[in-house]
Design a protein around this ligand. Structure first.
Ligand SMILES: Nc1ncnc2c1ncn2[C@@H]1O[C@H](COP(=O)(O)OP(=O)(O)OP(=O)(O)O)[C@@H](O)[C@H]1O
Length: 233
């Protein structure tokens, strides 16, 4: 199925983070943060506004330099600018990063071309169907609702064929049905052996045996608590 093919890495993947620290605007957001994700596992990150969740995700994506600590991808120690690692991840920030004037399909084609992913019409159609987007992808993005745009951004991630997904509040603007589709999408990605780090205020009903939760404290001086359980939806 499309989801499986889109997510399946060629071989088992892992991400190990240790001693990670982040300084932003002269303030320590977190320090000595660590976790390990093996094939098929997700980390859900929660915490108060301003606690540093997006900064953590940007650090993991190599968009913010990490001040302390180490990242290992499949056992190899990374530098923030490691191009091979960048090609293994799909990052979704608060904004979709798509053009308002292009249609949904044109945006997807552009994004997949940039990511050097071949266009597979069958797979694209299947992902669009799973996110209930078929009827709106021929419209310019600027004429879509926020929830529809978010679904399209998720389609971009799904079709990216990257094993590591870094998703910042992917449920933003999604209705209940959209949240269910997001969970199904993540389930399929994890089933196919992918990894995910998901920032989420509300929590997502991901499989508990494959999900860790990291709570970033608003008080930056405190060490973050890592709990081995899922957050109920
Ligand atoms: N570009 C920036 N320069 C300096 N400080 C920043 C910058 N962006 C964010 N910050 C600060 O870093 C801290 C953490 O921000 P971040 O966006 O990571 O928090 P968050 O946990 O994702 O918050 P939210 O739940 O509101 O999305 C905040 O105190 C914020 O003011």
């Amino acid at each position: 199925m499309a989801g499986d093919g889109a997510a399946a890495p060629d071989r088992p993947v892992s991400l190990a983070v240790s001693g990670l620290g982040c300084l932003r605007g002269g303030k320590v957001l977190f320090r000595d943060l660590g976790f390990v994700l093996e094939r098929g596992q997700a980390l859900v990150v929660n915490g108060a506004n301003g606690a540093g969740k997006s900064s953590l995700l940007r650090s993991l994506a190599g968009l913010l330099p990490w001040r302390a600590g180490q990242l290992q991808w499949c056992g190899h120690t990374l530098k923030p600018t490691d191009a091979a690692y960048a090609q293994r991840l799909a990052y979704l920030g608060h904004h979709s990063g798509m053009s308002d004037t292009l249609t949904g399909l044109e945006n997807l084609r552009f994004a997949l071309t940039l990511a050097e992913v071949p266009w597979d019409t069958g797979q694209v159609q299947q992902v669009l169907q799973q996110l209930a987007l078929q009827d709106m992808v021929s419209r310019p993005l600027g004429r879509l609702s926020q929830g529809q745009r978010r679904r399209l951004a998720l389609a971009r991630v799904w079709l990216s064929q990257r094993p590591l997904w870094l998703l910042d509040e992917p449920d933003n603007s999604l209705d209940g049905e959209g949240c269910q589709r997001l969970v199904q999408m993540l389930d399929q990605h994890l089933d196919a052996g992918g990894l995910a780090v998901v920032v989420c205020h509300r929590g997502l009903a991901l499989p508990p045996q494959h999900t860790q939760t990291l709570s970033l404290s608003a008080a930056a001086e405190r060490a973050p608590a890592l709990v081995q359980e899922a957050v109920p939806c």
